[in-house]
Design a protein around this ligand. Structure first.
Ligand code: MN
Ligand code: MG
Length: 656
């Protein structure tokens, strides 16, 4: 309620300002226009245009989490559809665009690409749904290319609306390469102005995608597709759109909000697009973040109004969790329509019901997908659980690091990095803590279904690598070792081992090297990566190939996009980051499918360092862990602990 009033307050203020301007010379947006003199002083013939956008839907049509195999409230185009209908009902003139990353990203996408494969002439479920929503146009996201061009061609044949992209071309060797889809479209719309008079506005729409698609999907696109710089491509297309009669220009940017400085061929160029002459509004995405909302600290950002450098911009999250809404005021000046005011907002799907018509339209694909995720991908010869992931090398992490290494070695084959040693980092995502005593991975021996893989890898992270030195690997592990409290070797009373303030997803185990963690030393870093004990040295006997690690040797460490772009000690010294298009989870699924049967034993590449004195070290885990105690007797059940947890005692290795 408070928010609504604030919003109203701003509107009143804006109107007051407009009125005082009118009382003065003229309500003109440029001095040049003022010279020519106003035709429509009071804006009676202004057109209020509501531009709506979706982005990064990633085949989330039903509000359903196929990994958990349950309905959800916080995403799904069926719910966004309800918002689209609401937003349309509130406005006289509306348009609707999709910003790409549409056909890949959850099991439904895989199901239509690999299981119940889309046939020529068949309409993809995404378009069965969107066909009911009257989209005006869309652009391609990077993930559209994940299943190859033949598949994408088949998908696009069934599109009920035009696709535009200004920077994707056939690699046809011609001087002016042919665009893969139309670079732009001029959509002639009949809108009602404030007096109710019909006004014809030619809305030009173009689109761009991250040029890195040719790297990320090299296997599919090499020799087929080339990409060009986002900013230059838009700059090139705008005069053509103007010549073709565009009154206003909307850019669909499947590129995130990134650096302020323009860098040629940048992945995230939306900020730079706001500085391109002629761009009137931008629907952006790719970051899976929100605008207005995120990016508040960047120069030129007005989070209240939803503009960057004065240009209306909207980034509606991902998976249909938000509808982007830009209300543009179009004023006609000397025969030209200009955007003279704007208000941008996001509408969140949490509080609305799914649209039954959308659910019905894609029911067949949804039910097929549910059956698909319930089907086994392979078998495990032993239980996989994370009960002891913080106190011993653990199968629930080992299978992740193994799959990541398998994935990356295929990617590096034939590249200059083919012979650079690959290490692989993984952390326990589900390891109790604040999420409670039920929050552990548990997959029983036998069949593993696709949905179980979510239990192993909770987040939709994508695979990434960083190039670091042996010295950086040690700092990375020193950071991870902040997971443990300092143990006093001279104290024989009970000492808790786990530092509950340190999130377990930051406890990276690095496979491919061997090491010991000396918990009698203090942690070098705090949970935020700040040095708190500069001389501390918890990581002992760090070895690669059975030899002490060479501080200067270069390694490629496989991790996820989150870690690779973060500020972890060691990681932050990297000399190169590569982002890959596939989710770590998908890499695990593909790995298990290829292996058929997996032996989930950990390789024991890390242990605690031997301790000279006898200590009494304990930790909490699931009460169910009592049935999974290691045979060597190093972990013993002590009894019930707080909040439903059970207490266990860990025998640390002893020095001779
Ligand atoms: Mn995306
Ligand atoms: Mg290991």
């Amino acid at each position: 309620m408070k928010k609504a009033f604030q919003h109203l307050g701003r509107k009143v203020l804006a109107m007051t300002m407009a009125a005082s301007l009118l009382a003065g010379t003229a309500m003109m947006d440029t001095a040049e226009a003022a010279k020519k003199g106003p035709k429509d002083k009071k804006g009676k013939h202004d057109v209020e245009l509501r531009v709506m956008g979706t982005t990064d839907i990633h085949t989330h049509l039903y509000n359903y989490d196929y990994y958990k195999d349950e309905e959800v409230e916080d995403f799904g185009l069926a719910k966004t559809a309800t918002l689209i209908k609401q937003a349309r009902a509130e406005a006289t003139n509306t348009m609707l665009f999709d910003n790409g990353d549409l056909i890949q990203g959850n099991p439904l996408g895989d199901y239509k690409a690999k299981v119940d494969v889309l046939q020529p002439g068949e309409v993809h479920p995404v378009f069965q749904a969107m066909g009911l929503l009257d989209y005006d146009a869309a652009t391609l996201g990077n993930h559209e290319f994940n299943y190859g061009l033949d598949f994408l061609d088949t998908v696009l044949e069934g599109s009920p609306f035009p696709y535009v992209s200004a920077n994707v071309f056939y690699d046809d060797g011609r001087k002016n390469n042919k665009h893969y889809v139309e670079p732009y479209k001029i959509i002639k719309k009949k809108f009602k102005d404030k007096k109710g008079t019909n006004q014809v506005v030619r809305v030009g729409v173009t689109g761009v995608v991250t040029p890195q698609i040719t790297q990320w999907d090299k296997a599919h696109l090499d020799g087929e597709i080339i990409t060009k710089d986002i900013v230059k491509s838009v700059e090139a297309v705008i005069p053509k759109m103007k010549k073709a009669g565009a009154d206003i220009i909307i850019v669909l940017a499947h590129s995130g909000i990134g650096e302020v400085e323009y860098v040629e061929m940048a992945e995230n160029a939306t900020y730079n697009l706001t500085q391109v002459e002629g761009v009137d509004a931008i629907i952006t995405g790719h970051n899976h973040l929100n605008f207005p909302g995120d990016f508040q600290d960047m120069p030129g950002v007005d989070s209240e109004k939803g503009t960057i450098n004065g240009v209306p911009v909207v980034m509606p999250g991902n998976w249909g969790n938000n509808l982007g809404v830009m209300d543009l005021t179009l004023s006609k000046k000397k025969g030209d329509w200009k955007v003279t005011d704007s208000a941008t907002k996001l509408m969140n799907v949490n509080d609305v019901e799914a649209d039954p018509a959308i659910l019905e339209a894609v029911r067949e694909a949804h039910e097929g997908t549910v059956n698909y995720v319930r089907t086994p991908v392979g078998t495990t010869t032993a239980d996989i659980h994370s009960y002891f992931a913080l106190v011993q090398d653990d199968p629930s992490i080992q299978i992740v690091t193994n799959a990541q290494k398998w994935y990356i070695e295929k990617q590096l084959a034939g590249t200059v990095d083919e012979s650079t040693p690959v290490l692989s980092a993984g952390a326990p995502f589900k390891a109790g803590g604040r999420n409670g005593a039920g929050y552990y991975t548990y997959i029983p021996e036998g069949e593993i279904a696709i949905k179980n893989v979510a239990d192993l890898y909770l987040y939709p992270n994508t695979v990434a690598t960083v190039k670091v030195t042996g010295a950086d690997v040690k700092e990375w592990l020193e950071m991870s070792a902040g997971q443990f409290k300092q143990i006093d070797p001279n104290n024989s009373s009970e000492q808790a081992l786990i530092n509950a303030d340190f999130p377990t997803y930051n406890y990276d185990v690095i496979d491919g090297v061997t090491y010991e963690i000396d918990v009698t030393e203090p942690a070098k870093y705090d949970k935020d990566g700040v040095v708190v004990n500069g001389g501390a040295n918890r990581i002992k006997n760090l070895e690669y190939n059975g030899e002490p690690i060479d501080s200067d040797q270069e390694f490629i460490v496989v991790t996820n996009n989150y870690r690779a772009s973060g500020n972890f000690p060691g990681v932050r010294n990297n000399t190169g980051v590569e982002m890959y298009p596939d989710e770590n989870r998908q890499a695990i699924i593909d790995y298990i499918v290829e292996q058929g049967e997996i032996d989930p034993s950990a390789d024991g590449n890390w242990t605690f360092a031997p301790i000279t004195n006898t200590v009494n070290v304990t930790f909490d885990s699931s009460p169910n862990a009592v049935d999974a105690l290691p045979e060597d007797g190093t972990i013993q059940y002590e009894g019930a602990s707080q909040n439903g947890f059970a207490k266990y005692r860990l025998t640390l290795p002893t020095a001779e």
